[in-house]
Write a protein that binds this ligand. Structure first.
Ligand SMILES: [Zn+2]
Ligand SMILES: [Zn+2]
Length: 443
């Protein structure tokens, strides 16, 4: 729950969540993977190692798991594959640049990282560039700020901010303009909202300056509550961030203001329409997680976060089970420092969880990739080529496709993005696109 909008907004919340938390103790025993876990591990490893030297493929048999199916390192390097599916850079309210974040993730043994900045994908290209240096795979992600209002209640007090994570294919979202429009609208709303919060603080006789908040957020970053809170601490109006939230900035607080967030259901639908997997972030920060999950499930939600660095939270795991949702999780690392922050790569996701996630995500991502390539086949314009190469590493995009034919480019893309099995499954579709592009030459 450590993020922009749910950051220590009051002391009760954190004591509540301590009560609710049922930490799963990890067994000390190590044992060999079951046959099912071995198959899952191989499938996950194959996807992780696409276009990389495959150091994991041979190690499945020797990899050990604990009582909960979390991979245990068997000696140095081990063969464990660490995913972190939730973290922030300074493209939203994180403190580290995407490059620094990747360096840190690499130091912690992360092999797959979803960068999920608030309401922007702008950090992804730098993350991908840096990830290439460390042999890390990036899942392009975003954490979308939304508002949940219970149906038919008409009671605004029951409204609450809900964060929804979206995970996309290596090629990024399909219909990217649609997503960008919603995200930029949210970001614009945040500027207005942050300005309004500053104004309210000024009326409360705290002469905080807008420039101060903007400076803390950094150039081009949409300021959030946390940035306002940091400015308040720096200006000496409060002792710490917690006090800024508990006295002024909490939901409905004297300096609180709302922005342009879409309704939670609309965001889930948008993620669905743009070829992503949607996951409810930190349900433990919600007033009524069951109502949110029930409504969002019917809007097409794929999963909820149930794993944190302190283990699996059984309350939310049970909730996921009763609604047939994927169980996921990540560190929500911001690079703030401090003892309470979970380190990037500190969440242990069992191999079956990773497998289920990829099993759900890959057909969706595969369709999104086919859609993006099809657009280019129908109209080989520069704009449509840019959609394909949007998240390519610089070197890769420049050297590898200029002067080649459209067919070669498709083959190059598919070898980067899809496993052999996926290519085979959708062979007919991609063959048609290749055929269409046989006469196209990329300049
Ligand atoms: Zn969040
Ligand atoms: Zn977050």
């Amino acid at each position: 729950m450590v993020d922009n909008d749910n950051h220590n907004s009051n002391g009760n919340k954190s004591s509540n969540h301590k009560k609710k938390k049922t930490k799963t103790k990890r067994g000390g025993s190590k044992r060999k993977m079951s046959a099912e876990q071995c198959v899952a591990f191989k499938a996950v490893a194959e996807w992780v190692c696409l276009n990389q030297r495959p150091p994991y493929l041979s190690t499945a048999a020797s990899c050990l798991v604990d009582d909960f199916g979390v991979q245990k390192s068997s000696g140095r390097g081990g063969g464990r594959i660490v995913f972190d599916l939730h973290c922030h850079s300074n493209h939203s309210d994180g403190f580290l640049s995407p490059s620094k974040l990747l360096e840190r993730a690499h130091g912690n043994g992360v092999k797959v990282l979803a960068l999920t900045d608030h309401d922007t994908l702008s950090g992804i290209p730098e993350a991908i560039e840096a990830a290439g240096r460390f042999g890390i795979k990036i899942i392009p992600g975003v954490e979308i700020s939304t508002i949940f209002s219970p149906r038919c209640s008409g009671n605004h007090e029951l409204e609450e901010p809900v964060h929804i994570l979206a995970y996309y294919s290596s090629c990024g979202p399909s219909r990217v303009e649609e997503l960008d429009k919603v995200l930029s609208n949210i970001r614009d709303g945040r500027f207005l909202r942050a300005k309004e919060m500053v104004l309210k603080l000024n009326h409360l006789k705290l002469p905080l300056k807008w420039e101060h908040v903007a400076r803390i957020a950094g150039k081009g970053v949409a300021p959030g509550r946390l940035h306002v809170a940091r400015a308040m601490v720096e200006a000496g109006y409060v002792e710490n961030l917690k006090q800024a939230f508990s006295r002024y900035l909490h939901d409905g607080g004297p300096a609180y203001s709302t922005g342009n967030e879409p309704r939670s259901e609309e965001a889930v639908q948008l993620i669905h329409d743009t070829g992503g997997i949607s996951v409810l972030a930190h349900p433990w920060a919600l007033k009524d997680p069951v109502a949110v999950v029930r409504t969002l499930k019917s809007a097409g939600l794929h999963g909820i976060e149930v794993f944190r660095s302190d283990g699996r939270l059984s309350v939310y795991s049970d909730l996921a089970d009763s609604y047939g949702l994927l169980k996921l999780g990540g560190s929500d690392f911001h690079g703030r420092g401090g003892k309470s922050e979970s380190e990037v790569g500190s969440v242990n996701l069992p191999v079956m969880v990773l497998h289920d996630f990829l099993k759900a995500a890959r057909p969706i991502w595969c369709d999104a990739i086919a859609g993006i390539l099809q657009m280019y086949a129908d109209d080989p314009s520069e704009t449509n080529l840019a959609r394909i190469t949007r998240f390519w590493r610089m070197r890769q995009s420049k050297d590898s496709i200029i002067g080649t034919g459209g067919k070669d480019m498709i083959d190059h893309c598919l070898s980067l993005w899809l496993t052999a099995e996926e290519r085979q499954q959708s062979a007919a579709g991609f063959e048609a696109i290749r055929g269409k592009l046989s006469s196209v030459s990329i300049t």
